[in-house]
Design a protein around this ligand. Structure first.
Ligand SMILES: Cc1cc2nc3c(=O)[nH]c(=O)nc-3n(C[C@H](O)[C@H](O)[C@H](O)COP(=O)(O)OP(=O)(O)OC[C@H]3O[C@@H](n4cnc5c(N)ncnc54)[C@H](O)[C@@H]3O)c2cc1C
Ligand code: SF4
Length: 492
């Protein structure tokens, strides 16, 4: 079990080390109505673990992309555990995210923790400045331990929230937002549930944070605390995904992407103990909105991950058009141009947000909020259009192809090879495999990451519109118009 400071577990280097580190934790994980014996060996869970493992293997293969020297340890660490020291650091995060999206075709689950560390770095600094609390030093010590072990840290912000019109203290059931139930000189106890937690079972640690602006009556809900994934009192309820049981059928065609998937689960905390050394906010409710806004500022431009996944989908669409013998048609080329234009538009906004980063009081850099929100708002729409265009180019077989078992059936195999062929020189199986990949990304398991996560992850579309509205400087813009229209000389 990862024990935190003083932890003697060996440092994780490779994807293989990482997978080994997850074994034997005796987590209480429910999936399809059953307690999972060992998540690492579960065929429905394993592809999501493989996606996180790729974040380690990329760091070994391409250290220039996925590692950076930590100012805390003076040694190279995985970029997912690094607090941005410059705009270039933030741009480098985006470059890594695009690459990992390309390599996995799905959500690789490690960015929420990265963005939580970056947001908490400046927020704890500013809480301490006002209240004389010790959160910033504690966070630095915790981060250093995570870097030394190269752990995966999940970021748990979204509460289950109950009645959306009510603040935490107004809910009929006080547990609908995670809160402190008890404190003593050793630490605090947490109760409540976090929903849709990306990669939580594949993490070593979780940082729980408030999900919204809080008021003086919500003091017990104003808590930030880190605990190991196998801490006593936690139950995980695995979120099922469209077509997820295909990975339990054996075979490698029908799953579409046999190697990789994302993961979300509900995390239920039943009086989970956290020692003071891992508490980074305790009642300072007036900093909850700053934390949520800074976290979402980082996280909304992290969604350039979807442009890496989009690269795979564009490739699949071009490939299937090629296999179908249609690649040279002008409308096909035009649709591929349109997909690329949409994909690069999302990337442009995200990476521009990173380039325009400014230092916070703590010294860590924070990217541009307006452009981060513009990036994420594009992401709530454009992948759906990319998916539509990919299905257009794929043809109807993307949703009517027979199963792998028919393709191998002694009576049917030859018939299907003959009748499902596109171009004569391309094996039918290759055509079906690409169609299944498109199905996987637009309707199957990885549509969770490519479409629904694009819509709701890091906040539903309205959350970005609120942030964009707050910063649109209408008075300034009206002044520009008045001056040029000759209404008002100064425009002020
Ligand atoms: C695949 C996936 C992965 C995710 N990963 C993580 C993660 O790792 N960590 C994490 O913390 N969170 C994660 N999230 C959670 C994500 O941030 C939330 O889904 C998002 O904030 C929306 O919250 P919700 O799902 O509860 O939707 P709801 O709050 O139920 O929203 C549904 C709709 O109601 C509207 N609405 C909600 N409240 C109000 C209100 N008060 N007034 C008016 N309209 C309202 C919304 O705008 C939206 O249109 C993930 C989500 C998904 C889908
Ligand atoms: S949705 Fe993207 S940004 Fe969020 S954890 Fe997954 S890969 Fe990272």
């Amino acid at each position: 079990m990862p024990l935190g400071n003083g932890d003697t577990a060996p440092r994780i280097q490779t994807g293989e080390d990482y997978i080994a580190s997850l074994r034997g934790r005796k987590l209480r994980v429910f999936l399809l109505g059953e307690l999972v014996e060992e998540p690492v060996d579960h065929p429905m869970i394993r592809p999501s673990i493989n996606a996180v493992a790729e974040t380690y293997d990329l760091a070994v293969r391409e250290p220039e992309t996925a590692t950076v020297v930590s100012p805390l340890t003076g040694k190279p660490v995985n970029r997912f555990l690094h607090v941005a020291q410059s705009a270039d650091d933030l741009v480098a995060q985006n470059t890594m995210q695009r690459k990992l999206g390309q390599n996995t075709g799905t959500c690789f689950q490690r960015c929420v923790g990265m963005d939580a560390f970056n947001a908490l770095y400046s927020v704890t600094y500013e809480i301490d400045e006002k209240h004389g609390t010790p959160y910033h030093e504690r966070l630095r010590a915790f981060l250093q331990t995570m870097q030394e072990h190269n752990y995966v840290v999940g970021g748990a912000m979204t509460d289950v929230k109950g009645d959306r019109s009510k603040a935490p203290h107004e809910q009929e059931d006080p547990d609908l937002f995670v809160h402190i139930t008890r404190k003593d000189d050793q630490g605090i106890w947490l109760k409540g549930a976090k929903a849709h937690q990306t990669g939580c079972i594949n993490s070593h640690w979780i940082i729980a944070m408030p999900t919204m602006r809080l008021g003086p009556n919500d003091e017990d809900y104003a808590v930030v605390a880190a605990f190991p994934v196998d801490a006593p009192g936690i139950t995980y309820v695995y979120g099922r995904q469209s077509c997820d049981t295909r990975s339990m059928e054996g075979g490698s065609i029908d799953v579409g992407n046999a190697s990789y998937s994302g993961q979300e689960a509900m995390v239920i905390l039943d009086d989970v103990f956290v020692p003071w050394s891992h508490v980074f906010m305790n009642g300072e409710y007036e900093f909850a909105s700053m934390l949520v806004e800074r976290f979402t500022c980082y996280h909304r431009r992290s969604y350039v991950c979807k442009t890496g996944v989009g690269d795979v989908l564009i490739g699949a669409a071009a490939q299937v058009a090629d296999y179908n013998g249609a690649e040279r048609a002008s409308h096909v080329k035009d649709k591929l141009v349109q997909m690329t234009h949409l994909n690069e538009t999302m990337f442009a906004a995200g990476v521009a947000s990173s380039y325009r980063a400014k230092p916070t009081k703590s010294g860590c850099y924070l990217n541009d909020d307006m452009l981060a929100n513009v990036c994420k708002h594009h992401v709530t729409k454009m992948p759906f259009e990319l998916g539509r265009l990919a299905q257009d180019l794929a043809g109807g077989l993307v949703s009517t192809a027979p199963s792998e078992k028919e393709l191998e059936h002694p009576e049917l195999a030859a018939l299907l090879e003959k009748y499902l062929k596109g171009r004569a020189d391309v094996p039918t199986e290759a055509r079906i495999r690409i169609l299944r990949l498109i199905e996987n990304m637009t309707m199957g398991r990885n549509a969770v990451g490519y479409l629904t996560e694009s819509l709701h992850g890091a906040g539903s579309p309205q959350a970005q519109r609120i942030q964009i509205g707050r910063q649109m400087e209408l008075d300034f813009k009206k002044g520009l118009a008045r001056r040029l229209a000759g209404i008002d000389e100064s425009g002020e």
